[in-house]
Design a protein around this ligand. Structure first.
Ligand code: OAD
Length: 221
């Protein structure tokens, strides 16, 4: 089991949220990532997520994403990610559960289950679903329900090993899911800095690309 956050994509060139230079330093969450923001100024919200989606065009998975994909040759690997990018999938990971949505998809504002592939296209005002309602980014905004909670929790609760990588573990409920790992599971957290090492975890202090290739090699048994 892998529980990943924005830090795993940082070395591909995507900004994290809370580090210096992170997205929430340049943008107010309340302006771009809440249902209220969407109601107030949908153009601003679309501009923010269209820019994020365009940013994906210029980046590639890094050695950390690739090491996790490679590990599938040796054992079952399920990635539960808070990330809205598609770098785990592009690296070759076959089981990726997105908790906070996916930038490369749009969904209907009338019916949540109507989700459409965008690839790298923008969403513009006037783009509508088959029911005639405006499309919105398929991402979770503050105040909205996390996606795929049941599947993610079930996977974590049955993990033999749990790797936490690239996340400040500051956004709930997602951050709390790692506490569901069985007591006997081996637990490793990879992060350059941490306010608090979660209970029972070995902390590998450094970047994702420094540690994931060697950790995945260690787990090839
Ligand atoms: P954060 O920006 O909160 O945290 C990123 C973490 O990655 C920090 O702890 C960094 O120390 C670490 N980091 C930075 N570079 C790294 C590297 N090269 N290798 C390993 N770790 C590195 O991002 P998340 O924890 O993913 O939600 O944020 C969680 C959620 O908050 C996001 O999914 C998003 C955001 O608001 C929504 O938009 C709903």
């Amino acid at each position: 089991m892998v529980f990943s956050g924005a830090g795993i994509s940082a070395e591909s060139g995507l900004p994290t949220f809370r580090d210096n230079g992170g997205l929430w330093h340049d943008h107010s969450v309340y302006d771009v990532a809440t249902p209220e923001a969407w109601a107030r100024d949908p153009q601003l919200v679309l501009d923010f997520y269209n820019a994020r989606r365009q940013g994906l065009r210029n980046v590639e998975p890094n050695a950390a994403h690739s090491a996790l994909a490679e590990l599938e040759k040796y054992c079952e690997v399920v990635v539960v990610t808070q990330n809205v990018d598609d770098l785990h999938e592009r690296a070759g990971s076959s089981q990726v559960i997105h908790l906070h949505g996916e930038l490369t998809k749009a969904r209907s504002t009338a019916r949540e289950s109507l989700v459409y592939d965008l690839d790298d296209r923008d969403i513009v005002l006037g783009d509508v679903c088959e029911l005639g309602s405006q499309l919105r980014p398929h991402v979770v905004w503050f105040g909205e329900m996390v996606h795929n909670t049941e599947a993610a929790c079930a996977e974590i609760a049955s993990a033999d090993r749990l790797l936490v990588v690239g996340t400040s573990l500051s956004v709930y409920p997602a951050a709390g899911f790692i506490e569901l790992a069985p007591p006997a599971a081996e637990r490793v957290v990879v992060a350059p800095d941490l306010d608090r090492v979660p209970a029972g975890f070995e902390w590998l202090r450094g970047s994702a690309t420094d540690y994931l290739p060697q950790l995945c090699e260690r787990w090839q048994d």
